[in-house]
Design a protein around this ligand. Structure first.
Ligand code: ADP
Ligand code: MG
Length: 558
C-alpha cells in the first residue's frame, strides 16, 4: 500500500503538535467529540430537509470506548461520515484555508501562537496517540474506508467494511513516560471528568460503558461487576440554560470548545429573549485580535441555529461590520430550517434579532466604558479602529451607535477620554472640539499649531490613527459642537490678530517672497502668524483637507 505524505506545511505543524505545545493534552477529546457532534449536526440537518431519510432521535449519538487491553480509545459517531476523497481532503491537510500561508509569512514564532490561531482539531489526537485510525462511511455511499497514520510520516487509505454510516476514530495511546501518563485516558473516571468539563453541552448523547459493582443475584454478600451504557453529558445546550446556573468558566469553556478564539473572552453576553421574536444568544467580545482580522480572509458572523439545529456557521447578517469582532451564536425557534442564504438577508425575524444584538453589544460596551475603564481601553486598543471604520464607512449613519464608544488621547488629561467628557470640560468661550493629527502623542505634543490653544487652556484630542480624522469628518459634530483641526485656517478664537498678521506680512514681503521662490511648488504662500508661541514656523492648510489627511491619501493606491 502506498503511503501518502502529508502536505508539507501540515507536516511541520504536526511535528510541533506531537512535540506537544499544548499543556492540556486532555483537550484532544474535546476536539474529537466536537467533530463528531458537527458530523451529526450535518446528518441531522440532512434528515430534516430530505424526506427520503428517516431517523429516530436515538439514532444520533457519540460513543466513547476505552479498551485497556489494547490501549486504545475509540470515539464513534453516527454522523454524516466521510468519503475517500473527504478523508484525503479533511485529514490530509491541516488548515485548507490560506491561514497557514499567512502564518508562514509572519514567521512561526513560538508554538503556542501557532496552535492558538488554528482549529487544529483533529490533529490534536497525535498528542496522545502513536497511531490514529479513522474508519468512515459517508451518507449515500456503499463503500467505507480506513485512514491510518502514525504521525508526521504520512497516512494510508484503504477500503474496509463498516455497516453503518458514521465515523469511528481509534487512538492507539502512547506509552507512558516519566512525565506523562497516557494510561489515564483509559480510565472511566478521567474520561467522564473530561467530557463533563468540556463537552457537557453537546446536544447529542455521549455514551460510555460504565462499570459498577452490584449485588450478585441470589446472593447476599457477593458482588459482581455490571457494565452499563450511560449518557455522560447533560445535553442541554448552554444557551438554553438558565443564566444563574452558569459560571464564568462554563462560558469560557464554551468559547474554546467552539473555537471562537484561543484567548479568554473579555466579555460574554447571554441573551434569552421571549418577546415578539424568541431567541437565545451567547456572544463574546474577544480579548485578542484574531490573526487574520484585518485581512480579506476574516469572515464576520455568528453561528445560526434554528431550534437547536445549526443552519449556518457564520451568518454575516446578524452583526454589523463595525462589531465584526463579536463571536457567538444565535438560536431561534422562529426561523425556518429551510431558509436559504438569500432569504435570510430579507428575513424580518432575523433583522429584529440583528438589531437587538447590535443594541446589546453597544450597551455592554458602554457599561464597560463606564465601570471598567481599563478593560475598555484594552478593548479599544484592539478593536477601536473597527468602530472608527464604522463611523467612516457608513457616512456617519451609525453616529448614534458609535460616537459614545470612541475615546481619544487628551492633551490636558494625558489619558483617553470620551467626547462627552471633553464637552463637559469645554471652556465657556470655546466654540469647537479641537483635534490634532500626527503619528504619535509625542509628535503631536511638539506641533507648533497646538501652542495657541494650549495657552488658552483648551483641551486637544490627539488623532494618532490614520482613520481618526476621516471618521470625525463623517461625524461632523458631537452634541452640536463642531470638530476643528488645530491646523485649520480659522480656529474660531476671538482675537484681533488677523489685521496685525496682514500688516506684518506686508512689512516682511521681501523675505517672504524670497522664501516662496525658494520653495516654489511646495507651498502656496508665506504669511506672518500670531498663533505661534514656542515655534518659529508651522505649516497650515487652507482647504478642506489637513496636511495629515493629504499625507494619508497620497500613500493610498488609486
Ligand atoms: P474543524 O473541525 O475546525 O473543521 P478539524 O481538524 O477538527 O477541523 O476537522 C477537519 C475536518 O475533518 C472537519 O471539518 C470535517 O470535515 C472532517 N471530520 C473530522 N472528524 C469528523 C467526523 N467524526 N465525521 C465527519 N467528518 C469529520
Ligand atoms: Mg474540529
Amino acid at each position: 500500500m502506498v503511503k501518502k505524505e502529508f502536505k508539507a506545511e501540515s507536516k511541520r505543524l504536526l511535528d510541533l503538535m506531537i512535540n506537544s505545545i499544548y499543556t492540556h493534552k486532555e483537550i484532544f477529546l474535546r476536539e474529537l467529540i466536537s467533530n463528531a457532534s458537527d458530523a451529526i449536526d450535518k446528518m441531522y440537518y440532512r434528515a430534516l430537509t430530505d424526506k427520503s431519510l428517516t431517523f429516530n432521535k436515538d439514532d444520533y449519538y457519540i460513543k466513547i470506548v476505552a479498551d485497556k487491553n489494547n490501549r486504545t480509545l475509540s470515539i464513534l459517531d453516527t454522523g454524516i461520515g466521510m468519503t475517500k476523497e473527504e478523508l484525503e481532503e479533511n485529514l490530509g491537510t491541516i488548515a485548507q484555508s490560506g491561514s497557514f500561508a499567512f502564518k508562514k509569512e509572519n514567521e512561526l514564532r513560538d508554538g503556542y501562537d501557532i496552535i492558538g490561531q488554528f482549529g487544529v482539531g483533529f490533529y490534536s489526537a497525535f498528542m496522545v496517540a502513536d497511531s490514529v485510525t479513522v474508519i468512515s462511511k459517508a451518507l449515500g455511499s456503499q463503500e467505507s474506508y480506513k485512514w491510518e497514520s502514525t504521525g508526521a510520516d504520512g497516512y494510508t487509505i484503504e477500503p474496509c467494511t463498516k455497516e453503518n454510516v458514521g465515523t469511528e476514530i481509534i487512538l492507539k495511546l502512547k506509552e507512558n513516560t516519566d512525565d506523562e501518563k497516557y494510561d489515564e485516558f483509559l480510565e472511566e473516571y478521567r474520561l467522564r471528568a473530561i467530557i463533563k468539563k468540556y463537552s457537557d453541552f453537546i446536544r447529542y448523547p455521549i455514551k460510555m460503558d460504565t462499570s459498577t459493582m452490584a449485588l450478585k443475584e441470589g446472593t447476599e454478600d457477593e458482588y459482581e461487576e455490571v457494565i452499563e451504557e450511560k449518557i455522560i453529558n447533560s445535553m442541554v445546550p448552554i444557551w438554553r440554560k438558565n443564566k444563574n446556573e452558569l459560571t464564568k468558566e462554563d462560558y469560557e469553556n464554551f468559547y474554546s470548545e467552539k473555537h471562537y478564539g484561543f484567548d479568554e473572552p473579555l466579555k460574554y453576553i447571554h441573551i434569552s429573549a421571549d418577546g415578539a421574536v424568541r431567541y437565545n444568544a451567547i456572544l463574546f467580545i474577544p480579548e485578542k485580535m484574531p490573526f487574520d482580522f484585518y485581512t480579506n480572509e476574516y469572515e464576520k458572523g455568528l453561528e445560526l441555529y434554528s431550534s437547536g439545529v445549526l443552519i449556518m456557521n457564520k451568518c454575516p447578517d446578524l452583526i454589523p461590520d463595525y462589531f465584526s469582532f463579536v463571536k457567538g451564536m444565535v438560536d431561534s425557534e422562529d426561523l425556518s430550517l429551510n431558509i436559504s442564504r438569500e432569504m435570510l438577508q430579507h428575513d424580518r425575524q432575523l433583522k429584529v434579532i440583528a438589531k437587538r444584538i447590535k443594541e446589546r453589544v453597544k450597551s455592554e460596551l458602554q457599561l464597560m466604558l463606564k465601570n471598567e475603564r481599563d478593560k475598555y481601553e484594552e478593548f479599544f486598543k484592539t478593536f477601536g479602529k473597527q468602530l472608527k471604520y464604522g463611523v467612516y464607512s457608513d457616512f456617519g449613519q451609525n453616529k448614534e451607535t458609535l460616537q459614545d464608544l470612541l475615546i481619544f488621547y487628551s492633551s490636558t488629561e494625558k489619558k483617553m477620554v470620551t467626547l462627552e467628557e471633553y464637552i463637559e470640560r469645554m471652556k465657556e468661550d470655546q466654540k469647537y472640539i479641537y483635534y490634532a493629527s500626527g503619528d504619535s502623542i509625542d509628535k503631536i505634543d511638539k506641533m507648533p499649531q497646538t501652542d495657541i490653544l494650549s495657552e488658552k487652556g483648551y483641551e486637544i484630542l490627539y488623532f494618532t490613527d490614520d482613520i481618526d480624522e476621516f471618521a470625525i469628518r463623517m461625524l461632523m459634530n458631537y452634541k452640536d459642537k463642531e470638530f476643528k483641526s488645530v491646523s485649520s485656517g480659522d480656529l474660531g478664537i476671538e482675537d484681533n490678530a488677523k489685521e496685525e498678521q496682514t500688516s506684518e506680512t506686508e512689512v516682511n514681503k521681501e523675505i517672504f517672497d524670497f522664501m516662496k521662490e525658494a520653495l516654489s511648488d511646495k507651498i502656496i504662500d508665506v504669511r506672518a502668524s500670531k498663533r505661534l508661541k514656542n515655534h518659529p514656523v508651522c505649516l497650515a492648510t487652507d482647504g478642506e483637507l489637513t496636511i495629515e489627511m493629504e499625507k494619508i491619501l497620497s500613500t493610498m493606491p488609486n
